[in-house]
Write a protein that binds this ligand. Structure first.
Ligand code: NDP
Length: 253
């Protein structure tokens, strides 16, 4: 029971921090990728950093599943599969697909990502597989579940397609930037971030849980300001950047 309360407070603390992060990121862009700059301490290779900071999400969630006490029926198995579909890719496949000529990022950024993933995987995994008490089989027929799953899968496809499109803008060893075109890039600068946000909003809906909602809020708090920074960077660096393109939401923002 004490751990149940701890789980709840981790989520509440996460939500409070997300509000601060959201406000801060509108003034300070996270210093990695095109926004890397001096003054953030020692650096680490991007590839190693992505593996180190994202792997706790895959591993801690799997441990929570293994230790969980709820019945392992279909809804629970679907949640496990969706999460690992995302994080096995993000931690163990995506880092090997990056084309950045061995760029680096600050260890401080990696540690923040590591801490977030640890807390977030614990909050979601422990809640779903233990403290939720389980989901009945009829949850499969609930619109929140299947609309959420469809959103999650749609977001995954969009996120991976956009990341692959960005990758294809460079040859191996190149480090420069080009204007991406095609698909949703026609309307927005950051379809990979939009896909990620849709994914975790789908997760929040399908799990109908406070940790799921907190994760969706975190993702928006993190990626909406970064999309704005990327968008401004494109305009500052490409005189011919398409004027009708928005940052994150087609036609709106
Ligand atoms: P970016 O879009 O900044 O970069 C993705 C990759 O594409 C990088 O290797 C980048 O190189 C390269 N790239 C981007 N734009 C161009 C361009 N115009 N020309 C050439 N190459 C380009 O994404 P992030 O690195 O911020 O994120 C990577 C993934 O992680 C995304 O799928 C994102 O959704 C996810 N993510 C999720 C978060 C969450 O809160 N859930 C938080 C952060 C990321 P370079 O590094 O040299 O700029």
């Amino acid at each position: 029971m004490i751990e149940g309360k701890l789980n709840f407070f981790v989520v509440l603390a996460g939500l409070a921090v997300a509000a601060g992060v959201f406000a801060a990121l509108f003034f300070i862009s996270a210093p990695y990728g095109r926004h890397l700059r001096r003054g953030w301490g020692p650096l680490i290779a991007n590839q190693s950093s992505w593996i180190i900071m994202e792997s706790p999400a895959a591993l801690v969630f799997a441990v929570c599943f293994a230790l969980g006490s709820v019945p392992r029926n279909l809804p629970i198995l679907v949640f496990f599969a969706l999460w690992e579909l995302h994080y096995i890719h993000r931690a163990f496949i995506y880092p090997f697909t990056i084309r950045d000529g061995h760029k680096k990022m600050p260890i401080a950024v990696m540690l923040m990502g590591f801490a977030f993933n640890l807390g977030n995987a614990y909050a979601n995994g422990r809640f779903l597989f233990t403290f939720s008490g389980g989901y009945p089989q009829r949850w499969l027929m609930d619109a929140r579940f299947w609309v959420g799953v469809i959103l999650f899968l749609t977001g995954t496809i969009l996120n991976r397609w956009a990341d692959l499109t960005l990758r294809s803008l460079r040859q191996p060893g190149e480090t420069g930037y080009r204007i991406p075109y095609g698909g949703l890039f026609r309307w927005i600068s950051c379809p990979n971030y939009l896909g990620e946000i849709v994914e975790w909003c789908g997760w929040a809906l399908a799990t109908w849980s406070l940790p799921g909602l907190a994760f969706a809020v975190w993702t928006i708090a993190n990626l909406a300001p970064r999309a704005r920074s990327h968008h401004a960077w494109y305009h500052a660096n490409f005189a011919d950047y398409p004027g009708e393109r928005k940052a994150l939401i087609p036609g709106l923002w």
